[in-house]
Design a protein around this ligand. Structure first.
Ligand code: 8YV
Length: 334
């Protein structure tokens, strides 16, 4: 067996990175690989992606690269690994990659805490009207304290329903417990008792039933064919009128049109959104609403998190180049 999968390229796989990564990550990549960086950070268009995929052993894409079956079919013979910078891989056609013999890896685990923190930030911000209050102060229109001014709703004692109880869902639950929320979750599989017990978490096998019984819904599952638009008009109607929807996972989990209608009609009380259905476009009707807090996909946006994500990408490429299964290989039936 060759010492490296890429021996014929002098052990230095040709790697193309589609976006700017943290400086230290780029420096290390340049030491290890025959790497082409994207110093302008302009997202690749389809043509640039196709050209990159025709000319490298490893592509390092991000969530802003839509790698569909047609692009994968046109990939060069030498493309063997898509080492995604990010945990979610909904932008990659995994089945097409597998059929073409291309391995896919991602960066789970290192963005769990940052993403869970963002969920908590939104859980606190929406009912306590943080964004609205901040705008008021900045506008110069604040007339001073009043016993009945800008009242919001208490968090302690409420019920949180987590959809998707993986790493991030469980990290959200642990934080939410400290704020006095009770934990409910919907997941394909019930957690082992040892994981449920410290959270005093209640498993709901049926999403519809849980939605009717919680004050907050936090979406923490990946986007797949089954979860796309899982929150639609009918499900929004199931949620209590005083409840809030928090989404830091993927915008496509929610039918954004239906969400706008539900917010306008008062079918739910508000929403905290870090992700959008058609990023980077944000529905202008959402921007007009006071009862939503809108954040530009910042879930994992910490220096520490992005550095660790880059290190995972490097480790996945190195291990793969050495002829082994990368530690974060994504399976096509994910
Ligand atoms: C990343 C994310 O910033 O990891 C994910 O799935 O949604 C974000 O936290 C993004 O995916 C980077 O590609």
């Amino acid at each position: 067996m060759p010492a490296s999968r890429f021996e014929k390229y002098q052990h230095r796989p040709r790697v193309i990175v589609t976006r700017r990564l943290p400086q230290a990550v780029e420096t290390r990549m340049a030491e290890l690989f025959d790497v082409t960086l994207n110093l302008t950070d302009t997202a690749f268009d389809r043509e640039a992606l196709a050209a990159a995929m025709a000319d490298c052993d490893v592509l390092v894409p991000t969530v802003t690269d839509e790698i569909d079956a047609a692009l994968i079919a046109g990939a060069g013979e030498r493309l063997k690994l898509l080492a995604n910078f990010g945990a979610g891989v909904d932008h990659i056609d995994l089945a097409a990659a597998r059929a073409r013999g291309i391995t896919v890896s991602n960066t789970p685990g290192v963005l769990t805490d940052d993403t869970a923190d963002m969920v908590m930030a939104l859980i606190l911000s929406v009912p306590r009207r943080l964004s609205e209050g901040e705008k008021l102060v900045r506008s110069g229109g604040w007339a001073g304290w009043s016993p009945t001014g800008m009242l919001g709703h208490r968090i302690t004692g409420k019920r949180l329903g987590i959809v998707g109880m993986g790493r991030i869902g469980q990290a959200v639950a642990a934080r939410a417990r400290a704020f006095g929320l009770s934990i409910h979750y919907h997941n394909r599989h019930r957690l082992p008792a040892a994981a449920e017990a410290p959270l005093e978490a209640t498993w709901w096998p049926t999403l519809d039933a849980m939605l009717e019984r919680v004050d907050f819904v936090s979406l923490n599952c990946p986007e797949t064919a089954e979860t796309r638009h899982m929150i639609d008009a009918a499900r929004l109607r199931r949620m209590p009128r005083h409840s809030y929807l928090i989404n830091v996972a993927r915008g496509t989990l929610v039918n954004e049109d239906a969400l706008v209608e539900a917010l306008k009609a008062g079918e739910i009380a508000g929403a905290g959104l870090d992700v959008f259905e058609h990023e980077p476009a944000v529905d202008p009707r959402l921007i007009e609403l006071d009862n939503v807090v809108l954040v530009p996909h910042l879930g994992s946006a910490t220096y520490e998190g992005r550095q660790a994500m880059g290190e995972k990408v490097i480790a996945n490429i190195r291990v793969f180049a050495d002829g082994h299964r990368p530690p974060d290989q994504v399976l096509a039936d994910f």
